[in-house]
Design a protein around this ligand. Structure first.
Ligand code: PEP
Ligand code: MG
Length: 575
């Protein structure tokens, strides 16, 4: 029977396809049926992975330096013991046979069962041992992923028309899906501006977060319709609903095709003011759609994504090559490289960022300044890439003079180190700051002169101003870009920047929301950076806007306090 569930729309359009359930632990694991005559091979895969992890751990134990702390040795012993326990060495094998499932899935199911048991344990020491179970399972999964397995038949392997259904995914998980072609992406958790949603949006496929029970209600391979514009999922639709959504899907595609004609049109307002529309990217591979959508440059390169899903940090050469590729592919257009914004929900493999409050903790520029060697590697790599085009450096989450001074000190050191190696870089590279902490917005006058440009990160600015965790779906209804405090902070930053003669952009998700374009133009914003999928609809709105008329209306919005009044004023601005 058909059923409709509702969530938060993340990326527009209609997708109709078969559900593929992915589960979340620390790793995402695919689930597929293994034919009976392939089960022996699947069991052999499991056994090979098991032996390789056992050898790995035994080797580590054998080579243990005598000077190393004994607790570490005990820790390895414990992990070996967990590995050999029948709950991990035998039960997954039985599951493979009884459920006819792939080895990765069997391991994941067994791990979830074990973790549930651990959660019941009263003794806190024993309860914490679940981390060891997770680590062992991760090792086994990695070993399995390195081995070729059974290839699912075409209807399972063909990713076209597949709707990915997950309970929750980290940004690192989602970035992996960039390599695949899914029709849609839906999750139970997540907020509008969570990094998971942002990456999902950049996949440019209909997606929805915060559905709460999708993972429970939808079965593998079930037909579903995803309406990413309004945020609904229809499970097992009847023929009439299906036909209606097919029409909507076609209408959406026609609309997208029409927009594509604007690709090479200059973003000029009706009163002939040029607006710069840049794109946000996560990985070098994102440049192709950025160019297809006619961006004026890359306004935000979230470089931390180069650091995720791996055990070894990218070294200077690897980073340099990634930055240089983006810079050369952009063919002379500016590329704003943000230094890594790691921490909080974007954690390095194996690094424990579990602090009392990660979003208020050691992340972004704070982390960089506590890890100067790692920071210097990135600064040298960016400087080297600057030789190949127009590069700017953007610092995430700055809020004080001292952070900028320290960064400039390290930048000077990076330059000296390159000079010593006779490696060229561009002179006078511009350094900008992201304004995403309310304190930074309010105290902008105290450090603006140290920066060459600004970029307003409204995702975090709203998170910190309204005290709402951007990745928590339970309070995502409180996310409100029109909250008077948010509007005043944005207006203040634009005003101070314009007065100081410093270019200011806005690169949070607000920049890609066509309903807010005229308001931001009215507040004086002339530079936007957004996910590429929004570029053309924002350009269309710019082409239909008259700045002379917008400014007074935007000022009226700043004076309004009542939510209903604000929405009414926004509606007139957009009419
Ligand atoms: C922001 O905070 O608005 C922003 C653009 O940075 P990120 O979303 O990567 O935190
Ligand atoms: Mg941010």
């Amino acid at each position: 029977m058909s059923l409709t569930i509702h969530g938060i729309p993340v990326s527009g359009g209609v997708a109709i396809g078969r559900a593929h359930l992915v589960s979340h632990a620390t790793l995402e694991v695919a689930h597929y049926l293994v034919p009976r005559d392939e089960l022996a091979d699947e069991l052999a895969r499991f056994d090979t992975a098991f032996s390789s992890v056992r050898s790995e751990l035994e080797e580590l134990r054998a080579q243990f330096p005598t000077t190393a702390p004994q607790e570490l040795k005990a820790f390895l012993d414990l992990q070996l013991m967990i590995l050999h326990d029948a709950t991990l060495s035998q039960t997954p094998r039985s599951l493979i046979e009884s459920e006819q499932c792939n080895a990765e899935w069997a391991l994941k199911v067994q791990m979830d069962a074990l973790l549930a048991q651990f959660n019941q344990i009263e003794d806190s020491y024993l309860r914490e041992r679940k981390t060891d179970v997770v680590q062992i399972v991760e090792r086994l999964l990695k070993a399995l992923l390195g081995q070729p397995g059974y290839t699912p038949p075409p209807e399972q392997a063909n990713e076209q028309g597949v709707v990915l259904v997950a309970h929750d995914l980290s940004p690192a998980d989602v970035i992996q899906f960039k390599q695949h072609q899914f029709a849609s992406f839906i999750t139970d958790l997540g907020g509008t501006t969570s990094h998971t949603a942002i990456v999902a949006r950049s996949l440019n496929i209909p997606s929805i977060v915060a559905l709460h029970s999708a993972r429970q209600l939808i079965r593998e391979n079930e037909l579903v319709i995803v309406d990413g514009t309004i945020g609904t999922v229809v499970i097992d639709p009847d023929p009439q609903t299906l036909a209606e959504y097919r029409l909507r899907q076609r209408a959406w595609e026609i609309e997208r095709r029409k927009l594509r004609r604007l690709r090479d049109t200059r973003a000029l307002t009706l009163d002939q003011v040029e607006i710069e529309l840049h794109a946000n990217i996560e990985l070098p591979g994102d440049v192709a759609p950025v160019k297809e959508n006619g961006a004026a440059g890359v306004g935000l390169f979230r470089t931390e994504f180069l650091f995720l899903n791996r055990d070894r940090l990218p070294d200077e050469d690897e980073q340099f090559e990634a930055y240089r590729d983006v810079v050369t592919d952009m063919g002379g257009l500016p590329v704003t490289i943000r230094t890594y914004d790691l921490g909080a929900d974007k954690a390095l493999n194996g690094v424990d960022y579990s602090m009392t409050n990660p979003a208020l903790g050691l992340r972004a520029i704070r982390l960089s300044l506590t890890e100067p060697q790692m920071f210097l590697v990135q600064l040298r790599a960016i400087l080297r890439a600057s030789h190949y085009g127009k590069v700017k450096i953007l610092l995430p989450m700055v809020m004080s003079v001292s952070e900028i001074d320290q960064t400039l000190y390290y930048l000077a050191q990076a330059r000296r180190e390159l000079d010593d190696r006779h490696i060229p870089y561009a002179a006078g590279i511009e350094v900008g700051g992201m304004i995403e902490i309310p304190a930074a917005a309010l105290a902008l006058n105290t450090f603006i002169k140290k920066l060459d440009f600004l970029s307003i990160g409204t995702n975090d600015l709203i998170q910190y101003t309204l005290a709402i965790d951007r990745s928590d779906d339970k309070i995502s209804h409180l996310y409100d870009p029109l909250h008077p405090a948010v509007l005043h902070l944005i207006a203040h930053v634009i005003r101070v920047a314009n007065k100081a003669g410093k270019p200011v952009a806005l690169c949070g998700e607000m920049a890609g929301d066509v309903e807010l374009t005229r308001l931001l133009l009215g507040l004086g914003l002339r530079r936007f950076s957004m996910h590429h999928a929004s570029l053309l609809s924002i350009k269309q709105r710019v082409l239909q806007s008259n700045l002379g008329q917008l400014a007074p209306k935007a000022q009226r919005m700043l004076r309004a306090h009542e939510p209903g009044k604000l929405r009414a004023l926004l509606a007139t601005l957009n009419s």
